[in-house]
Structure formats: C-alpha cells, structure tokens
Design a protein around this ligand. Sequence first.
Ligand SMILES: [Ca+2]
Ligand SMILES: [Ca+2]
Length: 414
Amino acid sequence: MKKYMSVIMATILLMSFCMFFSVSVSAVAKATPGLGETSGFFSYELLANGEAQITEYNGSEAEVSIPSVLDGHKVTRIGERSFQHCESLKKVFIPACITQIDEAPFRYCDALVAITVDENNPVFDSRDDCQAIIETETDTLIAGCKTTVIPDTVKAIGSSAFFCCSSLTEIVIPKGVTHIGGAAFSRCIALKNIMLPDTIIQIGGFAFYGCTSLESIDIPDSVTNMGDYNTFYGCTSLKVIRIPSGVKKIGNGIFSHCTALTYAELPDTVIEIGPDAFLSCNSLLSVKIPKTVTSIGNRSFGYEQKMGDMIGSPIPDFTIYGYPGSTAETYARENEFTFIPLNEETKIGDADGDGQVDLTDVTEIQHLLSSMKTNADEETMMVADVDKNGVLEIIDATWIQRYLAGMEIPYTVG
Ligand SMILES: [Ca+2]
Ligand SMILES: [Ca+2]
C-alpha cells in the first residue's frame, strides 16, 4: 500500500515537474545540437558555440573539481541534475569558466558537505564559505547542501535550490531574504526545522512539497503570496498552520495530503481558496472560514482521496464554521457538511456568553463539567469546545488559560 502511494506520489511529482521544467528543458534541447560525448567520468554535450555543457558525472570520487576543458572544449555550463545520486560526492569545486548552472545539479547527493566556487568566477560565488552557489548579481542562492549556512547578504532562495536535499535537517533563512523560489526545499524529507524571517514576501509553488519531517513552520506576516500550487503538499508531519494576515489567495493543493494537520487558521484577508487546498488532510475535522472568502474550489475542505479514488470521499462529521449567507455556508450545504453559523459577536472561548474571554469562562467550563454537561447546547459548544473535538473537557479550559497567559496555542480563541 505504502509502495503504491509512493509510486502515485512520484508520478504526480513527475507530472508536476514536467510542467514545471518544460521551459528550461526545451531551451536546453535547442542549444545542444550535438549528441552526447564522454570524457573520463564526464558526459557532456557540445553547445552551438563550441563550448561544453556537462550533462552527467559517472564517477565515484569524494572530491570533484569540475574541469575547465573537456576534449579541448571550454566547459561553461553544468546541466540540470548532472550530479544527481552521486552518493560518494563530498566536495565539489566550480571553476571560473562556469557561467550557467541549471536546476538541482546536486540532488540526492547526501554526502555533499562542501561547495566552492572559484573566486574569479564572474557569475557565481560561494561567499563566506557558505557551501552553496550564489548568483552574484542577484544575490540568489541557486544550489545548496546539508551544511549550507545562508549568508545574510542573500536576497532570494532560487528555484530548486535544495530540491531533493534529503540529508538537510535544519536551515536558517536570514533576515533580508524576500523570496523562496518554486520547489526550493521540495522533497527535503529530513528537514525538521526551518526559520523564516519577516522579510519574506513570496513563497513559490512546491517550495516545501513532500517535506515529510517538517512538524511546524511559522510563516511570518510579511508573506503575502504562498504560491499557486502545492506549496506544502504531502508535509505529513505538519500539525498546525497559521496563514498570515495579508494572504489573499490560498493556492491549489497547497496543504493537500498534510495528513497530521489538525488546525488551520485562515485570516480575514483571504478571498480565494483553490481546489484541493486541504484535500486529504484527514486529521483536520473542522475549519473556520472567514467571511471575506468569495471562492472555494472543489474538494478544498473535508475530502479525503483514497488510493484509486479520483473523486475523493467526504470526511465524516467534517464541520465548517462560517458566517450566514457566506460562500462558506454554500460550500458546506453543497457538500453536505455540518455548518455552524458564527456572528460578529461570537468569541471562541466565551463560554458564559458575556462578550469577553476571561477567567470566568474557565470557571464556567469547570462548572459545566462538574454538572456532567460534557455535551452542552450547540451554542455553548461552539464557543467552549476550543479544540473542536466535539467534547467538552478540562483541556478546553486549559487552552483558554494558556491563551489568557499569552501562550501560543494551536486553536483560535477570542
Ligand atoms: Ca466570558
Ligand atoms: Ca473539546
């Protein structure tokens, strides 16, 4: 079963990336009229101008210094994925003559710890011993490895910069970085910790696709664009997500197959939610949809996609909290989900209904519990069942206490 899932996942990934890379692939095809040549451990193609592009490395050396010349041809370009799966590769040196490096040259090079660019290279550098390749003019980090320390002069993480860097466990993105490119950390299956600074504006599609070890990620309020497609698809350890205030569109499939996700907070700046946004988030049993939302795509919430099931099946007892007459209500009715109407005055945690969330609400819940009212009336449950598990328990009061103490909690209170 697991095997089939991974085959399906791989197929989806492959299909997605065929679309994703089609532009660069066709560009390569046009520029390489000759058939492949081989020189030592290197396969290369002759470009129209007589220069060589490395297409594959077939050796098993621990240290590789990329040659400046192959069979008399100046080497200027490193092709897409050319060193992939070089499991023995630890150190790589990029000479001054390399002026183009295509996407993900070192993917699945799990032993790679040192990347150095010749200091005379006019296009790329590896400043501050960062163990990565930076495009000098744009301050964009285009290829890293597990030991990369991103310099604080970097402005962007390029597309696929850490694509399939399966040994990367943690990384700090320094203040000053404004963009994380598409698929930048895609399939970093060991990535547990990542720090995003509050200078980031945009996160590209597929950026954290399949980061199966990522349990939490704080997306800063500076982010206004979280990508059009599958940004956090298949992050199967992610438990809680807060979408920052300022985001207007939640992209297609963005949290799809985040099977551990129990809570998602949507700010009241969101207008559009793409199809499959939370598809197969099997642990997410309810969601509060802000009234600003005017478009909700098919299967965005409350659907699970099982193997061989192209349409998806509704998640039993899925509940939508929303405002009467809103798009959320229409979506809930059309998909036959439970809809709990909110009103302007409703404050989650206000168990005694006096318009404030304070310690008397904690007392109220304790009182309800002591009188065995574990299933209070619907109106009380809506505000007092903080963790939305359908049962009033002491933990609901504890969440309110923690909220009042200023602690970060995974549920909406207030
Ligand atoms: Ca109250
Ligand atoms: Ca509860």
